[in-house]
Design a protein around this ligand. Sequence first.
Ligand code: KIV
Length: 263
Amino acid sequence: MKINVNTLFKMAAEGQKITMLTCYDTSFATLLDDAGVEILLVGDSLGMVIQGEDSTLPVTMEQMEYHTRCVARGAKNALVLSDMPFGSYQESPQQAFANAARLMQAGAHMVKVEGGAFMAETTRFLVERGIPVCSHIGLTPQFVNSFGGYRVQGKSENDAERILHDASALADAGASLVLMECVPAALAKRVSDGIAVPTIGIGAGVDVSGQVLVLHDILGVYPGRKARFVKNFMAGADSIQAAVAGYVTAVKARSFPAEEHCF
Ligand code: KIV
């Protein structure tokens, strides 16, 4: 079944967990699509896992278009979600629209934009013009230099209130998904309970509508630092297909993330 924004809202309403993995090429897009992964995220994490950079900041629009095209060719049923790279949307809603349109023309069905309530105007601008938006809040990797590292967000009550406000402002602006990265599980639950939009977590506990991880992390092939929320599904699996199936099953059954993957 072809996945679209309505499918995601229906799954969330019915309590069926949504699975998302990052994907950067056609072969893996085909494999993940066959495994029933609902959303293929062409993440700007490709800067780190494909290009060997130490952050996502160097990734360009041309690179995102190229990888979006590769993934779109392998995605028969999955929804293709592409990251807006650093510097491609922060200037104005018009700049964001021009660049989001390039990703949609390359085969994306939705774009992901990092940032909280201050991105609400841009989100509304895109949504009103036919571009579904996934809002990314909490630990937003493009802000690594402002955060001073990859740190859990929303630990103090003030920060938690700000994240709750971000989520509701973005939901009100028409976001189709709200993705939370590295926030305490209890806060992610408050966000999910407070908005009528499906939520996706990475390091955000189990009480969200779905989960995402970086493909290279679930396959245990990324040589960099392993975050607490990562699980290597290749351990004990005899093929990549089996590892991906293990991830899908664990997310659907709510056995991933476990306590040890949460904050
Ligand atoms: O680029 C990416 O892979 C992401 C995930 C970490 C959510 O944004």
